[in-house]
Design a protein around this ligand. Structure first.
Ligand SMILES: Cc1ncc(COP(=O)(O)O)c(C=O)c1O
Length: 379
């Protein structure tokens, strides 16, 4: 079946007991057992529940994995994946990963003897040079948050398999609609489902999609041991959101491109970072591995003051953290999403004080451009 059909039907079968086209929300913590030692597939909601099982089937199918686990947030999913490492292991990460991943690894996981290197993964040679005898995992975010740098997934996958490393790709920005890392050779895909998979900004959630039985067993053990699985109501919300992923992504893509072109042509904008523009340094790689460019972009205004003036004058674009919802969100990475990244590292990555990030929604694009045009007139 096609992508949109799978998104609507896999894991979303009508309830067999009533015919309800939408699966009920199993808002229960425990399941009565008909007799000692027997149950109907569920015993306690921390371990598993029908809404989580259903969503996991949908997500595994859309990403082309053999299994998926859904978590209370993207960070919970990412944390579970990093726990595949052991003390003494080393991981290579894209240098401009989401700030929360920098915080998790450099301020918490290092305490357990793991080592992390942050590398510009858009250059495959850099990654090859960073491999050490104790390297076990490569963690790529592509496009990266917020500088939109693109990594060649197939090239890194080749490198990873040659060195027996696990390749993990954060596919949050594009969703499986536009990019399928497992088909390009990744072993694990992670998502902040808070973003496009949910699409309506009404719950947090995360996913880890797996391809190997060993990883599946470990992540399942971890999830049920720590209780980080997504709750029934939130699974229901993401399952509902996923049904419209294909149509939303098409519109996000069209709006993203239109806004990127508008910004690129504006005299007050010094530079636009959007992989769909021919001016983007990895436009060719993006074209090769993505079937669309999505709706995340950032642009440089040159100073903190210019960024402040723009952000204080937009009306339709909402000043807020997060991304991937139907509504357009605008943010200032240096003081918001990436505030936990040390200033020196921010500088190196290009997260300047004048950088503004946009998650372009699916409103009428003329209204969005009008709003940005007005705010830019105040810069
Ligand atoms: C690319 C990316 N990955 C992971 C995360 C973390 O997800 P969550 O906020 O759902 O924990 C975020 C959050 O913004 C993100 O942008």
């Amino acid at each position: 079946m096609g992508f949109a059909t799978d998104a609507i039907h896999v894991g979303q079968e009508p309830d067999p007991s009533t015919g309800s086209i939408v699966a009920p929300i199993y808002q229960t913590s425990t399941y009565v057992q008909p007799e000692l030692g027997k149950n109907k597939g569920f015993d306690y909601a921390r371990t598993a529940h029908p809404n989580r099982r259903a969503l996991e089937r949908t997500i595994a199918k859309l990403e082309g994995g053999t299994a998926a686990f859904v978590f209370t947030s993207g960070m919970a999913a990412i944390d579970a994946v990093f726990r595949l490492l052991r003390p003494g292991d080393h991981a290579i990460l894209s240098q401009a990963v989401y700030g929360g991943v920098v915080r998790l690894t450099t301020q918490f996981l290092v305490q357990f003897g793991m080592e992390f290197s942050f590398i510009d993964t858009s250059c495959t040679e850099n990654v090859a040079k960073a491999i050490r005898p104790n390297t076990k995992l490569i963690y790529v975010e592509t496009p990266t948050n917020p500088t939109m740098s693109v990594t060649d997934i197939a090239a890194i996958a080749k490198l990873a398999s040659g060195s027996k490393l696990t390749l993990v790709v954060d596919n949050t920005f594009l969703s499986p609609y536009f990019q399928r890392p497992i088909a390009l050779g990744a072993h694990i895909v992670v998502h902040s489902m808070t973003k496009y998979l949910n699409g309506h900004s009404d719950c947090t959630g995360g996913a880890a999609i797996l391809t190997r039985q060993e990883d599946t067993d470990k992540i399942y053990f971890l999830q049920r041991s720590v209780g980080s699985g997504l709750a029934p109501m939130d699974c229901f919300l993401v399952s509902r959101g996923v049904k419209t992923l294909a149509v939303r992504m098409k519109q996000h893509n069209a709006n993203g491109m239109a806004v990127a072109k508008f910004l690129e042509s504006h005299a007050k904008v010094k530079r636009v970072f959007y992989p769909g523009l021919a001016s983007h340094p990895q436009h060719a790689v993006a074209n090769k591995q993505q079937s669309g460019f999505g709706a995340m972009l950032s642009f440089e205004l040159g100073s903190m003051e210019a960024a402040r003036r723009l952000l204080n004058h937009v009306k339709l674009c909402s000043l807020a953290e997060s991304l991937g919802g139907v509504e357009t969100l605008i943010s200032h990475p240096a003081t918001m999403t990436h505030a936990s990244v040390p200033a020196e590292m921010r500088q190196q990555i290009g997260i300047t004080d004048g950088l503004v990030r946009l998650s372009v929604g699916i409103e009428d694009v003329e209204d969005l451009i009008g709003d940005l045009d007005f705010a830019l007139s105040k810069v």
